[in-house]
Ligand binder design. Structure first.
Ligand SMILES: [Zn+2]
Length: 177
């Protein structure tokens, strides 16, 4: 699997490109503003974009969608599971930060794209209009923390982490002792 990350826009959104090196099929995960750098990278790499996968609807994650769709009109925009070449990308519902929140998991690579659900040593805001704090905690503890410990976690903002690290160090998720 070919994997590249970009950090774009005023809110320093992470955007990820994954591609199957044998078929050159690719998916883009989230669509922050000013995606020109992503478009250039994909065109130079000769990838076909099969999917634009969205973790949730917040503007900082979708502002670049129309530019990406213009550059890659064949790409399907979805929050559902998807295949690119031999790579299975599983959509895991993770509501809480938003009702429509999903994370994307590639089990073969033990790699998770967690959107604004789980960050390095913190979690997504739940003081917004369609947020739900209890749902957010349940999504992380029941769904994301059920993934293998060595799963690498690539969030919508900030640095990457692992499930193992967050279980031990995330102040929102460490059980009271
Ligand atoms: Zn958000």
């Amino acid at each position: 699997m070919i994997f590249k990350s970009f950090t774009l826009g005023n809110l320093r959104n992470n955007c990820y490109v994954v591609a199957d090196e044998f078929t050159n099929e690719a998916a883009i995960i989230d669509a922050p503003e000013h995606p020109e750098e992503i478009i250039d990278y994909i065109k130079q790499s000769g990838f076909t974009v099969d999917y634009i996968l969205l973790t949730h609807h917040h503007f900082d994650h979708v502002d670049g969608l129309s530019a990406l769709q213009k550059a890659f009109p064949e790409a399907k925009v979805t929050q559902q599971s998807a295949n690119i070449g031999m790579i299975d990308i599983q959509s895991i519902p993770t509501p809480g930060h938003t009702k429509d929140g999903v994370s994307f998991y590639i089990s073969h690579e033990q790699t998770l794209f967690s959107g604004d659900t789980l960050f390095f040593e913190t979690i997504g805001r739940t003081d917004l209009e369609d947020s739900d704090h209890a749902e957010e905690l349940a999504s992380i503890s029941e769904r994301l923390f059920a993934l293998p410990e060595h799963t690498k976690v690539y969030p919508g903002h900030g640095k990457s982490t692992t499930i193992e690290w967050e279980k031990a160090h995330n102040p929102y998720m460490v059980p009271d002792s």
